[in-house]
Design a protein around this ligand. Structure first.
Ligand code: NDP
Length: 416
């Protein structure tokens, strides 16, 4: 049977329709390659010129907490989706990913600067907790009606100069940036006469240790066997690679970049704020004061166990999600309309990306798979069309120093 990745785009979509992964409407939207409607795009950003397209692909049959998901990834980087699929299949043969999503809300900060009587003013803010709660609820009544809103207040003196009120707001199904900003500003206005000056700033913090999702995968070592290496050896090398990333800052950054390859691609597909997730992830990686990998791999007897911890303050509603058709369609067909399911999928894809990258690194090396896809890009850049693309890709693979000039020469010779 022809493999999913070997089918044409149209045939892949038809297969998903027949398998009832897609309903008729979703199928039509995906088939039409639909962009953001012109009027919406023009109102989404300033000085809008055009739309910038990035391909969307699918991670097939990813098993998460005993549920099978088809997860969309949007990325410009070749090999990210192939790698995630490889790891998804490997993990499915080992019971899949187990993911615990945590979601406490988003932090807001109301900050005052250059105050003389810091201790006294800090106490004053603490004494007005009820009024602060009332002001926060009045600032965004609809979130209170949904069972969310301000949950916790903390007052801190920072660098003996700044007075900071931290607000923890339960934003329910939304990411909550605008919501928290609104609440923080209104609380700032309430406090202005008390403190004797307006806040320096009132805004959310993208630090989100309260929203950490933990994904775990447990792989029998013999499922890691390669034509040249025993599974146990591959597992040991992955554990060493993980230990090295924990010991070496330069490696930790790239280790985490590999995780973010998957995370950013799913976050984009779901119309969420990739910068917010990246800032939260890297801040969490540096929470001890030095920067560390977001995942760890250990050997437990005959099992390789990987665990990823990453804050995922995402939203299933709000922002541009409701107006960008692809974001909604993706959430719908991937059965990710609930933010907790989204967190589970995003973390599992992050850990899958990490697994595939580490396995490739410690076995064949990362370039083997990457270069194959780079040759494809080179073939297209040289002007190859249709069946010329795999032909030229193969030719470049056996060339000693493939580059664009050689690709163009080979193509010209073939076309003579
Ligand atoms: P919105 O401002 O769109 O607010 C959420 C919306 O979702 C509200 O209109 C709310 O309706 C609606 N909603 C519907 N159902 C629910 C539900 N079950 N739970 C919660 N809300 C619901 O988005 P956010 O406040 O989430 O802000 C996210 C946006 O902010 C992103 O686009 C992000 O890029 C941007 N942003 C990010 C910043 C950062 O990260 N530093 C800074 C500033 C903006 P109702 O009003 O009726 O309650």
């Amino acid at each position: 049977m022809t493999k999913f990745y070997e089918l044409s785009r149209e045939a892949r979509l038809k297969q998903l329709l027949n398998a009832e992964v897609l309903d008729e409407m979703q199928y039509k939207i995906l088939l039409a390659n639909q962009q953001i409607p012109a009027e919406i795009a023009n109102n989404m950003v300033e000085n809008q010129l055009t739309q910038y397209a990035i391909p969307e692909g699918l991670v097939r049959n990813m098993l998460i907490n005993n549920q099978v998901y088809q997860i969309p990834l949007v990325t410009e980087e070749p090999s990210v989706i192939a790698a995630a699929n490889y790891a998804a299949k490997l993990s499915t043969n080992n019971g899949g990913f187990h993911v615990e999503a945590h979601r406490d809300g988003l932090l807001g900060q109301v900050v005052f600067a250059d105050i003389n009587d810091l201790e006294q003013k800090a106490q004053m803010i603490k004494d007005h907790a009820v009024e602060i709660k009332d002001a926060a609820d009045a600032a965004y009544p609809s979130i209170v009606n949904r069972g969310g809103g301000l949950k916790k207040q903390t007052v801190t003196i920072v660098a003996e100069r700044f007075l900071k009120l931290t607000l923890l707001v339960d934003t329910k199904a939304a990411m909550g940036a605008n919501m928290v900003n609104e609440i923080s500003e209104k609380v700032g206005q309430l406090l202005t006469p008390m403190i004797g000056q307006p806040p320096l700033m009132a805004i959310l913090s993208n630090h989100a240790p309260q929203d950490v999702t933990t994904a775990t995968v447990r792989l029998a070592v013999d499922t890691l066997t390669t034509p040249t290496l025993a599974g146990l050896e591959v597992a040991k090398r992955i554990v060493q690679a993980s230990a090295f990333a924990h010991a070496d800052f330069e490696r930790a950054v790239t280790h985490n970049k590999g995780i973010m390859n998957g995370i950013t691609a799913v976050v984009t597909a779901y119309g969420n704020d990739t910068r917010a997730i990246a800032s939260a992830a890297h801040a969490f990686a540096a929470r001890s004061g030095s920067y560390h990998p977001l995942s760890s791999w250990i050997l437990e007897g005959q099992f390789l166990v990987g665990q990823l911890q990453v804050p995922l303050p995402i939203g299933a509603v709000g922002g541009s999600i409701g107006i960008v058709p692809m974001a909604r369609t993706n959430q719908e067909f991937a059965r990710a309309k609930d933010p907790v399911i989204m967190q589970q999928q995003i973390a599992a894809v992050g850990l899958a990306s990490n697994l595939a990258a580490l396995r490739a690194l410690v076995t064949d090396g990362i370039q083997k798979g990457h270069m194959n896809l780079q040759f494809k890009a080179l073939a297209m850049q040289a002007g190859a069309k249709g069946t010329e693309i795999p032909w030229l890709q193969h030719k470049l693979k056996v060339e000693k120093h493939a580059n664009l000039e050689i690709a163009q020469r080979l193509l010209a010779e073939k076309r003579k």
